[in-house]
Design a binder for this molecule. Structure first.
Ligand SMILES: O=C(O)CCC(=O)C(=O)O
Length: 304
């Protein structure tokens, strides 16, 4: 399937545009794949291969999320970090000493060992802490969940050139202690088909699908699903339900495809981030070969 494009701009808000876009998304959702446009361009119809990135506070975003299991949002008021700021933060994150509590993971690539993930860093990076725990991000998570949300966990996937992809999976089975959660991908670099952007299945977030022995979606089920690559420009955000099937390919380009992945849970369930990281460390302690995730979705080989 070729990838289409998602235009951007504030759409809907009761002007009829959002309904049209949503209908269009759902009726032709698998036609072309998706590319998220930069905010400010005119939203176009999905059957031309273009759907909008919503303003995070647009009620149409919640409707789209509820129907499709994912929605792209853009920094409507310019209050979020610029791509340059995100890239600077990613560099600072990569340089953090593990002694401060950040967890770094490396994978074997054709170019040698490469950083593939950092997680557990909001305590030690003020900019990322503010971005992920205050303002628009938890507010959008709350709007999508329909109730206030708190940060459950956070990671940065670097997917450097030659970096591996992720097998088809749903996130919910990996989440401990909480039932109501949502994640997103904040693109630090443009995420494209060539460098391993996310691919999602629309309207398939109503159940946990049969799994294989790794906790990934069973291959016979994967084969029946319609996968849409979602290209996201640097600075754009793709929110997805924790039961939305997703996967990604390797980075076949010569540039990094870095992305932040915060996950939020309903605040009424508690602030359980410490408990999550403790449980993860305990569950993966004797793991061989090493894993980055409680699922076996990462297709690379962890080294170091
Ligand atoms: O970063 C990617 O390409 C996919 C990430 C993902 O699905 C995960 O970390 O669970």
């Amino acid at each position: 399937m070729g990838s289409g494009r998602v235009g951007s701009g504030r759409v809907g808000s009761g002007r009829g545009g959002s309904g049209e876009v949503l209908d269009s998304v759902l009726s032709t959702r698998c036609a072309a794949g998706v590319r998220i446009g930069r905010f400010g361009a005119r939203a176009r119809r999905y059957d031309h291969g273009v759907v909008p990135a919503f303003a995070a506070d647009d009620p149409a975003a919640v409707r789209h999320f509820s129907e499709a299991g994912w929605v792209a949002t853009a920094d409507a008021d310019g209050s979020g970090p610029t791509p340059e700021r995100l890239r600077a933060w990613a560099d600072e994150l990569a340089d953090l000493d593990p002694a401060v509590g950040v967890l770094h993971y490396f994978e074997e690539t054709d170019c040698g060992p490469a950083r593939c993930r950092s997680e557990h860093f909001v305590e030690v990076h003020a900019g990322l802490r503010a971005f992920l725990t205050e303002g628009a991000m938890p507010a959008t998570a709350g709007a999508l969940l329909g109730e206030p949300a708190v940060l459950y966990k956070e990671k940065c996937n670097y997917k450097l050139p030659g970096g591996a992809g992720y097998s088809p999976h749903q996130d919910a089975p990996a989440y401990r202690f909480v039932e109501t959660h949502v994640s997103c991908m904040v693109a630090i670099d443009d995420a494209t088909v060539a460098n391993g952007c996310l691919e999602v299945v629309s309207g398939a977030h109503d159940r946990i699908w049969p799994q294989d022995e790794r906790g990934c979606i069973a291959p016979e089920v994967v084969a029946t699903m319609r996968w849409e690559p979602v290209e996201v420009p640097a600075g754009g955000t793709l929110w997805f339900h924790s039961r939305t099937p997703h996967r990604s390919g390797p980075n076949r380009s010569d540039r990094p495809r870095r992305a932040l992945y915060p996950t939020y849970n309903a605040a009424r369930e508690g602030t359980l981030r410490d408990e999550y990281y403790r449980a993860k460390a305990a569950e993966l302690a004797d793991d061989e070969p090493r894993r980055v995730s409680l699922l076996g979705d990462f297709e690379g080989r962890i080294v170091g």
